[in-house]
Design a binder for this molecule. Sequence first.
Ligand code: URA
Length: 431
Amino acid sequence: MTELIRKKRGGNALSREEIKYMVEGFTAGDIPDYQMSAFCMAVIFKGMTDEETAALTEEMARSGEMLDLSRFGSLSVDKHSTGGVGDKTSLIVGPIVASSGGIFAKMSGRGLGHTGGTVDKLESIPGYRTSLEKDEFFSQAQRTGIALIGQTGNLTPADKKLYALRDVTDTVDSVPLIVSSIMSKKIAAGAKNIVLDVKCGSGAFMKDIESARTLAQKMVDIGRACGRNMAAVISNMDVPLGFAVGNALEVKEAIAVLKGEDISDLRQICLVLSSELIAMIREISAEEAYAAAENALDSGAALAKMKEWISAQGGDVSLMDNTDKFTKASIVYELCSEKDGYISHMDAELIGRAACELGAGRKTKEDKIDFSAGIVLCKKTGDSVRKGDVLAVFHTSDGEKLENAKSVFLSSLAFSAEKAECGNLILDVLK
Ligand code: URA
């Protein structure tokens, strides 16, 4: 392994055999975390060729079991986000697509770096089982059209270990590491139709449109080469999605959208992502698929589907009707503005980091998440602010965390005298 680290550190490409050796050794526990961390850091600086990335993706996909979803014909769907702040889209897209005829049998991740993860969010629903035996996963997906679990030890164990390691060694934001992490899981999880939400902006791992496009295209190409129908939506992550950042707070916001609340950016992106999948399974135009997604949301069908799903997976479904029953932080603090003006820019990554400071994310692999912790924004880019206005509400169970979180949050904001434009939400769609 030291030779491979040296080779990559020197900017050289590894052969498929070397990548296979490394993935197998790491999965089996023969290659220790510290060597794998050093390798990832070398990749951050030196990158990987397309051949290396494809080999790493395939070897990671093969590191465990590969699911066969052919029993669902062409109806199996999956979605994956490259990671954002306040990104609770799976909780809305899943029910929309499942209530429109798709089979959303999905494996989701935990938080990574400053970004949240769907599994952590779902664990804030008491009773929700994020791990199901394979038979139960399949039969629930068949019966209800939706099953969503955490990454099991059986599927892509190499990514499971690597993901946790990258999270705490600051080796996330590398195109080949993200491509192989996401696409190994998608290929092993077996869905025929896949939509990727590639985030771009201050809160994303890809900060500019060129790198987001490169990432999106590489994932689409790998998926297609493996026989999947692929679409990638490149979306703006310069501001958090919706208003809530933090696990239980985000689930509550997702429920609000399913109940018809018009949280415009969140609703819009969910409709776009859903419509890409609906267009694939029904073989209809993008416009017809968008209308079908809107109908699923506005008719209440998606909300009913979410209840069916949460209840099938053991979650306390009464929280859907009464979201006050979600776990609450003991400290709720209103952060007020000390100046007048307009918010001209938000660094969404810092907002994600401020939420982590409050307890919503992990700093070490062993950290326990405080599901009630997080931030609810009251102002976003383009909003006018008067001195004394509440900028955001902080939720935490540990008062000592407030000061640090406040200063990280405030450093995320820039003010101007003139109203600033917020960019488009959907930046591109690659098919
Ligand atoms: N999501 C993943 O699953 N993996 C990454 O590397 C980044 C986002």
